[in-house]
Design a binder for this molecule. Structure first.
Ligand SMILES: [Fe+2]
Length: 353
């Protein structure tokens, strides 16, 4: 192993250079020498060394300056300072500047070998530790991505299950969630808010699980009392998601998805920017999805009809800022999302059996 280690010996005294380099070569290291700091730095830049053993007191560039330069070029280089007894204070100072150890003259070769081995062992441990940390980071990132994906899949399965009870349109929740994110991206929203918004839109009607079938599936118009029940669903959803840490932001969207920009919505009658952005976007794309999907009492309406409806209620039901972005999105992009979600729903149901 030592033969792969490249050591630079720097001293202005030839005899010391010879003793050190021969001694270290005999131990299996590959040594080169330099007679002052300037020559050493040039060789260091050209060849790179794992370790430098350098005299502290040299003409032109001294050991301390060399140490600083070497650390600039390759910070993880080990550096052993050679010093006369009187220089011990400087040697200690140089250790503060990043030297790994120092040797006082006169030294014996056994002492040099032990010091070199110790410095190289330290270097090896630092490198191993760094690689371990890097590997750990990669594994944590991978695991986090896997976890996030399984959360997502579970939430999508839940939303799809809720859709089958409530709406006649296949993939409604997945579609509005994808639409909402599409507009949010256009508005410059980034992660982690995008995921928060996606999940909020996906679970917007989770609270309808607490609304009786007789009301939820009633074919005719609801009575005022039934409306009171129906309007509880944002708050029921908000309570269902309580304590689920990773859904905290999404939960606010669930609570606010029936609010209207002018403050006439429910449950809190929030106005304007007090309504979370995800909920303001949701409101627009939910209208698009409701109008462009088949219902039992009518066929799907055209994109143009939905567009006209959104424009009509800009500033009252909808946030004009969101509407502006929405209107700039070409209809083909909505169709493409619809196609993608349908394919996704189909693959989910076929993989269940
Ligand atoms: Fe709702």
């Amino acid at each position: 192993m030592p033969d792969s280690i490249h050591i630079l010996v720097v001293d202005d005294e030839q005899a010391i250079r010879d003793v050190l380099s021969e001694g270290l070569n005999d131990s299996g290291y590959r040594c080169e020498t330099a007679c002052d700091g300037a020559e050493a730095l040039e060789k260091f830049k050209r060849n790179g060394f794992e370790l430098v053993v350098s005299d502290i007191d040299m003409p032109q560039m001294d050991g301390v300056q060399l140490l600083q330069e070497v650390k600039k070029v390759r910070p993880d280089t080990e550096f052993i300072m050679l010093t006369g007894v009187v220089d011990v204070d400087t040697a200690v100072q140089s250790m503060r500047m990043g030297a790994s150890d120092y040797l006082t003259k006169p030294f014996n070769l056994a002492e040099v070998r032990i010091t070199v081995e110790r410095a190289l062992e330290k270097q090896r441990l630092i490198r191993e530790n760094r690689e371990y940390q890097k590997d750990l980071e990669v594994r944590v990132q991978k695991r986090t991505a896997e976890l996030s994906l399984s959360y997502q899949t579970t939430l999508e399965a839940l939303a799809t299950a809720l859709d089958t009870r409530d709406t006649e349109t296949l993939g409604h929740s997945l579609r509005v969630a994808a639409y909402t994110v599409h507009v949010a991206k256009r508005m410059g929203v980034q992660e982690p808010e995008l995921t928060e918004i996606y999940r909020g839109a996906l679970l917007h009607d989770v609270g309808k699980i607490g609304v009786p079938d007789a009301i939820l599936r009633k074919p005719g118009k609801l009575t005022p009392e039934e409306w009171v029940e129906m309007r509880k669903h944002p708050e029921i959803g908000f309570r269902i998601l309580e304590g689920i840490h990773f859904l905290e932001g999404s939960r606010q969207i669930v609570l606010s998805h029936q609010e209207r920009f002018d403050g006439t919505g429910y449950p809190r009658g929030l106005k304007g920017k007090d309504i979370p952005l995800g909920a303001r976007i949701f409101s627009v794309v939910d209208t698009l999805d409701a109008m462009t999907s088949d219902r039992c009492y009518r066929k799907a309406l055209s994109y143009e009809t939905a567009r006209a409806e959104v424009m009509k209620y800009s500033g009252t039901q909808f946030d004009p800022g969101v509407v502006e972005v929405f209107l700039k999105i070409p209809p083909q992009e909505w169709t493409e999302i619809q196609r993608r979600v349908l394919a996704d729903v189909a693959s989910r149901s076929s993989s269940r059996f």
